[in-house]
Design a binder for this molecule. Structure first.
Ligand SMILES: [Zn+2]
Length: 85
């Protein structure tokens, strides 16, 4: 696991936050919906491990499994690399 990701997880644990940031387009699978691994209902969303999962389901799972890294938020955006404004 990259060090910055581990650091992000550590900070989120310290905050007690279980809300995920899935803003990256890679979390949306345009090929279609698949059954969520947690609730079984169809979803176009994918975790960073490419598991089909609703964001809300993943957040609930994190609440039920504190300290696990099955679902992760996106790392903070690097504005210098992406900001052309
Ligand atoms: Zn679900």
């Amino acid at each position: 696991m990259p060090a910055d990701l581990a650091d992000l997880i550590a900070r989120r644990r310290a905050q007690g936050s279980r809300l995920l940031v899935w803003r990256d387009a890679s979390h949306y699978d345009h090929r279609g919906e698949r059954p969520c691994v947690l609730c079984g209902r169809p979803t176009p969303l994918r975790s960073h491990r490419r598991e089909p999962a609703h964001k809300t389901c993943a957040e609930q799972w994190l609440t039920d499994h504190p300290g696990d890294d099955r679902f992760l938020s996106d790392p903070p955006a690097r504005r210098s690399a992406d900001d052309h404004a």
